[in-house]
Design a binder for this molecule. Structure first.
Ligand code: DND
Length: 220
């Protein structure tokens, strides 16, 4: 699953877990975008913070893992390049790119889309406000055999978005229960999304520290 993850939230995690279950995936690799090609005009948080939040969010699911390929690669983070890289990392594996329905409706504008769809399947998760019945109509420009490589999947309607979470933090409104607690703590400790605030450096001790008897000693 690729994303800007600024911040990662339960909408992303529920979609990823739904796809893992429905398509019997061995694992889901979360790949924060280095420079999302569709958000060049938008200010996004430094990759190191988005990486930390993603790592914190993945902790409780043994099937979830992480790759930094996109943040390490210079230039725009085109998904087609990432999928080529994933095919090199997992030779012979069937790859599914998990995405939201809104993103898939824009797929015709993605870089080298036909090549991309020939390399992996797409799983489009429904998201409140986006109707998947339009898919065929919106993507009519795609050859039929490529259109067939896009699956749709219903996930519980979680009206959660990163944009809303950033706005809530700026306005001092709660973000609790919209995203994992460790990510919430990270946002406040580092000072992300507050107007004019310069975020602190990532806190590498962000993961819970366990005492010898297994008690959680300190968390962010
Ligand atoms: P976003 O910025 O939408 O990520 O980027 C999604 C991915 O598409 C990234 O990997 C981009 O690099 C890639 N992309 C976009 C455009 C062009 C190209 C590539 C190209 O190669 O040319 P967000 O962090 O906002 O969200 C991540 C995913 O989660 C998205 O697919 C979004 O639709 C989905 N999502 C939800 N799904 C279900 N319920 C919710 C969701 N909120 C976000 N509540």
């Amino acid at each position: 699953m690729g994303g800007t993850f600024d911040p990662i939230h339960y909408g992303h995690l529920v979609a990823a877990e739904g796809a893992r279950y429905q398509f019997r995936l061995d694992k889901v690799v979360f790949i924060p975008a280095g420079r999302p090609p569709h958000k060049t005009a938008q200010e996004i948080s430094p990759a190191r913070h988005r990486i930390m939040m993603t790592l914190l969010a993945l902790q409780s699911n043994p099937h979830f893992t992480f790759s930094s390929v996109e943040v390490e690669r210079p230039g725009p983070s085109y998904t087609v390049d990432t999928v080529h890289e994933m095919r090199r990392c997992f030779p012979g594996a069937e790859l599914y790119f998990i995405t939201g329905a809104d993103a898939v409706l824009e797929i015709l504008s993605w870089y080298r889309v036909e090549e991309l769809l020939s390399l992996c399947y797409f799983v489009a998760a429904t998201r409140p406000g986006y109707r998947l019945e339009n898919l065929q109509q919106c993507l009519g420009g795609l050859p039929g055999h490529l259109l067939q490589r896009i699956y749709t999947m219903e996930v519980p309607a979680l009206a959660i978005s990163s944009t809303d979470i950033r706005r809530r933090v700026r306005e001092g409104r709660p973000i609790k229960y919209l995203l994992p607690e460790a990510v919430e703590r990270y946002i406040y400790r580092v000072g992300l999304y507050r107007d004019g605030a310069v975020p602190a450096e990532p806190l590498l001790a962000a993961t819970p520290c366990r005492a010898a008897d297994g008690r959680e000693e300190e968390t962010l």
